[in-house]
Design a protein around this ligand. Structure first.
Ligand SMILES: Cc1ncc(C[n+]2csc(CCOP(=O)(O)OP(=O)(O)O)c2C)c(N)n1
Ligand code: SF4
Ligand SMILES: [Mg+2]
Length: 338
C-alpha cells in the first residue's frame, strides 16, 4: 500500500481494536502468514475510543477502516441508523471529522447538497461520504440513492449492511437474508423473501464504481475505499458488517462469522466498474454455507433440507458472478480488437 505506515501490535501481528476490544487478528489467516511478515495500514485514527457501539460491532469497525483511508478531509453524512447513536449525543462526537446527521431517507441527497456547497466554495479536495445502514440504503433511502446514482453525483456512498433495522430493535429489511429470524419475522414465520441484490441494482445505474467489502477482509476493504477516492462520480461500497445482538452471536465471533460469509460464497468480494466490468477479488474456499449460518442463532430454526436449498442458491449466484467476470474479459478483448 502507498503512503501507509506500519501498524502492528507487540506480537508483530496486525490486530484491530475498537475501544479496548481486540476484535480479531490475523494469526492463522494464510494470506497474511505465508510469506508476508507485516501489513501496513494508515496510522490515522478518526474514530475515537469511547464510542457507543456494542462489543464486536462490524459497523463500527467498518467506519474505523474507512476513515483510516479517507482521512481528515472528509465530511460524513449519516441518516438514522446505529451510527447516529454510536457517534454519541451532541455536543460529543466519536468521529474526528464533520459529521452531519440527516433524516432516514436522505443520505444520498443530503450528501449531494454538501458536495454542491463545497464545489461552489472551490473546496474540491474534500470528499463527501454518505454512510448508511441497510435499511437506509436498500429500503427507505433508496429513491434518493437511485436519483444520485442516475445523476452520477460526485459522492462516495457506503452501506454498512448488518441485514436488519438494528437500531430500532432488529426488524426485517430487504437486506435481511431469506429464512432469518428478526423481531418482525419470528422463527415460526421467518423471512420468506430473498435478500435484495443491491450491488446489481447499483451496477445497473452504470455508476463508475460499485464494490462489495467485508470487515473481515480489511486490506481489501481499505483498498476499495482508496480506489473509490481516486474515481470521480458516484461510488458505492457495500460492506458486510456483523451485528452480534441482531445475528445472535457472541461478540468475539463477529469477525470469524464475517469471514465465513465470504469463504462460503454467501458474500463474495468483487468490484463492478462502469456497471459492466466485473472483477472478483477473492476466490472463496467454498465451505458449506451451513457453516456460516449455523453458528448464528438467527438461523437456528433452519432444517437440513432448507440448508440444501440455500446452498444451491449460493452456488448458482456464485456461478453467475463468475460468468459476469468472464464476460468482462471477452468485452475487454473485443474493445481492444475493435
Ligand atoms: C422516517 C423514519 N422512519 C423510521 C425511523 C426510525 N428508525 C431510526 S433508525 C432505524 C433503523 C435503521 O436501520 P438501518 O438503516 O439498517 O441501520 P442500523 O440501525 O441497522 O445500523 C429506524 C427504523 C426514522 N428515524 N425515520
Ligand atoms: S446493534 Fe448491532 S449494528 Fe448496532 S451498535 Fe450494536 S452491534 Fe453495532
Ligand atoms: Mg441495518
Amino acid at each position: 500500500m502507498d503512503n501507509c505506515d506500519i501498524w502492528l501490535n507487540n506480537n508483530k501481528i496486525p490486530s484491530f481494536c475498537i475501544a479496548n476490544l481486540h476484535l480479531f487478528n490475523y494469526k492463522g489467516h494464510d494470506s497474511f502468514t505465508k510469506g508476508v511478515k507485516t501489513m501496513k495500514y494508515p496510522e490515522t485514527e478518526l474514530v475515537s475510543q469511547g464510542h457507543l457501539a456494542c462489543q464486536g460491532c462490524g459497523g463500527a469497525l467498518a467506519m474505523r477502516l474507512t476513515l483510516k483511508v479517507m482521512g481528515e478531509k472528509t465530511i460524513i453524512v449519516v441518516p438514522a441508523c446505529c451510527w447516529s447513536v454510536i457517534n454519541g449525543p451532541f455536543p460529543y462526537s466519536a468521529v474526528k471529522i464533520p459529521f452531519m446527521h440527516t433524516a432516514f431517507e436522505t443520505a444520498a441527497i443530503a450528501a449531494t447538497g454538501v458536495r454542491a456547497s463545497l464545489d461552489m466554495q472551490g473546496k474540491t479536495d474534500i470528499q463527501v461520504l454518505a454512510w448508511a445502514g441497510d435499511g437506509g440504503t436498500f429500503d427507505i433511502g433508496f429513491q434518493a440513492l437511485s436519483g444520485a446514482a442516475e445523476r452520477n453525483e460526485n459522492i462516495i456512498y457506503i452501506c454498512y449492511d448488518n441485514e436488519a433495522y438494528m437500531n430500532t430493535g432488529i426488524q426485517r429489511s430487504s437486506a435481511t437474508p431469506k429464512l432469518a429470524w428478526t423481531t418482525t419475522t419470528p422463527s415460526q414465520t421467518p423471512k420468506a423473501e430473498r435478500k435484495k441484490n443491491i450491488i446489481e441494482i447499483m451496477a445497473a445505474h452504470k455508476i463508475p464504481y460499485a464494490a462489495t467489502a467485508n470487515v473481515a477482509f480489511p486490506d481489501d476493504l481499505m483498498r476499495k475505499v482508496r480506489t473509490a477516492m481516486g474515481i470521480k462520480g458516484m461510488r458505492f461500497i457495500h460492506i458486510l458488517s456483523p451485528c452480534p445482538p441482531g445475528w445472535k452471536i457472541s461478540s468475539e465471533m463477529s469477525i470469524k462469522i464475517a469471514r465465513l460469509a465470504t469463504e462460503s460464497k454467501y458474500f463474495p468480494l468483487f468490484e463492478v466498474f462502469d456497471g459492466e466490468e466485473y472483477v472478483i477479488n477473492y476466490e472463496p474456499k467454498g465451505i458449506p454455507v451451513k457453516e456460516y449460518m449455523k453458528p448464528q442463532a438467527r438461523f437456528s430454526h433452519i432444517k437440513d433440507d432448507e440448508y440444501q436449498l440455500y446452498q444451491e442458491f449460493v452456488d448458482t449466484e456464485w456461478e453467475k458472478l463468475k460468468l459476469k467476470a468472464t464476460m468482462n474479459e471477452l468485452l475487454k478483448k473485443r474493445r481492444i480488437s475493435s
